[in-house]
Design a protein around this ligand. Sequence first.
Ligand SMILES: Nc1ncnc2c1ncn2[C@@H]1O[C@H](COP(=O)(O)OP(=O)(O)O)[C@@H](O)[C@H]1O
Ligand SMILES: [Mg+2]
Length: 250
Amino acid sequence: MTVIIVTGRGGAGKTTMTSNLSTYFAQKGYGVLAIDGDLYLPNLGFHFALENVKYTVHSVIKDPNIDPEWAIYKHPQTGVYVMPGSANLQDVLGISAKRLRDIVEQMKYKFGLVFVDSPTGIPFDTLPTFEVADYQLIIVEIERSPIYSFEVMVENEVEKLKALGDEYGLKVGVILNKVRESQDVVNKIIDVLETEVGVSVLGAIPFDESVPESVNVGIPILVYKPKSDAAISLKESGELVREWMFEEVR
Ligand SMILES: Nc1ncnc2c1ncn2[C@@H]1O[C@H](COP(=O)(O)OP(=O)(O)O)[C@@H](O)[C@H]1O
Ligand SMILES: [Mg+2]
């Protein structure tokens, strides 16, 4: 019943966060569907070892005779239901982002939570889907750089992406990823985001070599290496996202 769109810059960790937050909620007993909304460069399937499947979000978009359910695969290790994309160029051409919106709307009534992974930058593929969404998560990769360039980064990505969510009335949160900075620096960044930009920061995931490893084996790190630093932070982040989503509106 709830749709969460994951957005952010290229390589920030959108797909990693989509697969792991989906896993977190599946472990908590929610019926979770993760849909690849990066229609041009889909790779959510890799995170769940679902590369060469017959039906994909692309086939559902292209052919109205294909039941969306056929393109949904239950990932055995996590229990997440996944609708992967097709990497085949022929499938990617002439695809309609509006149809993705309709599919998400249809699936919204069958799953407790639907995560939609977005393309990089302005998320053209998932923008129509914002209409049927409830939440937007912006994944931010902090660079090891002086604090003033952080402000530029905030203006460039967080504010622009948040403006999209605001336009559609979504509740917008931020997760910091690939964090290598000291707690001190991270706290300052969180403070700016929360007080000046007005978004909730729902976690800071450390840079961890086990993350790409987990993608290689096709099992989100929460299950693949639950004791790794990234997995421990991801779990805390999942908890924050859960509280944030379901907190009472007062
Ligand atoms: N916390 C992390 N620590 C180390 N590597 C990470 C982390 N999060 C993501 N990565 C790696 O960064 C790369 C990009 O992540 P991905 O989720 O595909 O980003 P996006 O979907 O935003 O383009 C992948 O190789 C992934 O394994
Ligand atoms: Mg991605």
